[in-house]
Design a protein around this ligand. Structure first.
Ligand SMILES: C[S@@+](CC[C@H](N)C(=O)[O-])C[C@H]1O[C@@H](n2cnc3c(N)ncnc32)[C@H](O)[C@@H]1O
Length: 209
């Protein structure tokens, strides 16, 4: 699955960002889209934040407005290079999310935007366990990603997007109950909000104190 548009959008940041901007109109624009997962979370300049799978820093740029202690992690050296140029206020680490080079209980907040759908099921489990490990007790994991629409009107739009830009892991993700998975891993009462007829989910989950 996926088309050449996927490769092109990863090669040319202007294309990736243009598609993201256009898609974000569905939730009121890019600035709102980028901050949806952070809504209601209290931060201070000392909050240790990890932007997991940060890409070229598309959401990292909003996180550095909230804290002086932001780290971006991505497996792609090209993404890290771009993020360093785009958002130099953050620190960056090139690593795999399923094996993070951080000590236990390092971060108050782990955030990830539209990246979990790129993971195979077993990889996703490993990543969520790693997120739990690197969070401080009482810390929060917040993310935004695709979800299976509950309103059928939104199916064609989502299906077209996934076909053009994504791989089968995105279909696996929308068929995964992430709230149940997070609960199994140990997160407390994950809060899930559905948007755009259910085709997007925002989840915030806390690690036990
Ligand atoms: C769709 S992009 C999302 C980028 C950014 N967070 C955003 O909101 O636009 C997914 C990112 O996840 C990264 N990625 C994919 N698999 C990864 C893994 N196993 N560990 C770390 N990063 C990964 C990719 O390199 C890519 O930059």
């Amino acid at each position: 699955m996926a088309t050449i548009l996927r490769d092109l959008s990863y090669r040319y940041q202007w294309l990736y960002d243009g598609i993201a901007k256009a898609s974000a109109l569905a939730v009121g624009g890019e600035s709102r889209f980028r901050q949806l997962a952070l809504q209601g979370l209290e931060t201070t300049p000392q909050t240790a934040i990890l932007d997991l799978c940060c890409g070229a820093g598309q959401t990292t740029r909003y996180l550095v407005e909230k804290s002086d202690r932001v780290t971006g992690l991505d497996a792609s050296p090209f993404a890290i290079q771009r993020a360093q140029q785009n958002v130099p206020q953050a620190d960056y680490v090139e690593a795999f999310a399923e094996n993070m080079p951080f000590s236990d209980a390092t971060f108050d907040l782990v955030h990830t935007s539209v990246a979990l759908h790129e993971m195979k099921p077993e990889q996703l489990q490993a990543i969520l366990k790693e997120v739990y490990r690197v969070l401080k007790p009482g810390g929060t994991f917040a993310f935004i990603d695709f979800h299976k629409p509950h309103n059928p009107i939104f199916w064609p739009g989502l299906a077209m997007f996934l076909w053009l830009f994504e791989t089968e892991t995105s279909w696996q993700l929308i068929n995964t109950n992430l709230v149940d998975l997070l609960t199994t891993i140990g997160f407390q009462k994950p809060q899930q909000r559905l948007l755009v007829g259910g085709s997007l989910q925002v989840v915030q989950a806390r690690k036990n104190n």
